[in-house]
Design a protein. Structure first.
Length: 221
C-alpha cells in the first residue's frame, strides 16, 4: 500500500512525536518507568500501544478456533485498544484518542494522546489484514497521517544505532509491512531498555529518543 500523508503537521504541533510502546513491556517493571518518562515530556506526544498479552491471546487462539487472518487482524487491533485502556489508567496525563482530531485536541490540552486505532485503521481497506501488520506498522501509518511526524519504536531489546530497516525486518525486530507504511518524511528511531534511564530527561528536553534507523533508498540517494 501507499500511505496517505497529510501535507503538514497539525497546527501548533510542529514538534509532535509518535511513540509506540511495545506490548512486551507489559510483563516487565519497565512499563511504569516508560510511562513516567513520557509524562515528563514537554513536547506533544502520541502514544501507540502494542498488543501486549491481549494480542498474544489472539495468536494462540487462532489455530485452536480456526478464525482467518482478517478476523485475527481485527482482533489484534482491538487488543491494542485493550492495552491502550490499561496504559491510560497508569498515568495522569494519558488520554485515549481514537481520531486525528481527538489526538490534536489532547495534545493542545497538554495531555498525552493514547491512540485507539480501531476507528481509523479498520476503515482503511488498503491496510493488509494479516500478521504482516502489527502495531509497529500501524504506528508508522499514524505518523504518516500526522504529517510525517517522527516515530520512536520502544522495544524490549537493545538494537543499537546505524541499523538498516530492511535488516530489522529480516531479523523480525519490526514487521514486514513497516517499510511500506513509513512516510519518507518520518524519522524512525528505535529505543530499548538501555535508553530507559535517560528517557525522562530526553523527553523533557524534547530531544529524539533512541537510535536512528537507516533506509537503503535514502542511503543510495
Amino acid at each position: 500500500m501507499t500511505v496517505r500523508q497529510t501535507a503538514s503537521r497539525p497546527e501548533g504541533l510542529d514538534d509532535l512525536l509518535v511513540v509506540k510502546l511495545g506490548g512486551s513491556s507489559a510483563a516487565t517493571s519497565d512499563l511504569h518507568r516508560w510511562i513516567a518518562a513520557m509524562e515528563a515530556a514537554r513536547r506533544p506526544l502520541v502514544l501507540v500501544p502494542g498488543g501486549g498479552p491481549f494480542a498474544d491471546t489472539v495468536r494462540l487462539q487462532q489455530p485452536v478456533i480456526g478464525f482467518d487472518d482478517a478476523a485475527a487482524h481485527r482482533m489484534a487491533i482491538m487488543a491494542m485498544e485493550l492495552f491502550g485502556v490499561a496504559l491510560a489508567s497508569l498515568g495522569t496525563r494519558l488520554r485515549p484518542a481514537p481520531t486525528e482530531m481527538e489526538i490534536v485536541e489532547a495534545c493542545h490540552a497538554g495531555a498525552i494522546a493514547v491512540w485507539m486505532p480501531a476507528r481509523l485503521t479498520l476503515a482503511d481497506a488498503r491496510i493488509p489484514q494479516d500478521w504482516t501488520v502489527t502495531s509497529d506498522s500501524l504506528a508508522a501509518w499514524l505518523a504518516a497521517h500526522l504529517g510525517g511526524a517522527p516515530l520512536a519504536l520502544v522495544k524490549q531489546v537493545d538494537v543499537g544505532g546505524g541499523r538498516d530497516l530492511a535488516d530489522l525486518v529480516a531479523e523480525g525486530i519490526v514487521d514486514p509491512a513497516l517499510p511500506a507504511m513509513l512516510s519518507p518524511r518520518t524519522q524512525l528511531t528505535l529505543a530499548g531498555p538501555a535508553d530507559l534511564p535517560g528517557a525522562a530527561e530526553i523527553f523533557a528536553r524534547g530531544a529524539a529518543l533512541g537510535h536512528p534507523v537507516r533506509r537503503r533508498a535514502q542511503a543510495a540517494a
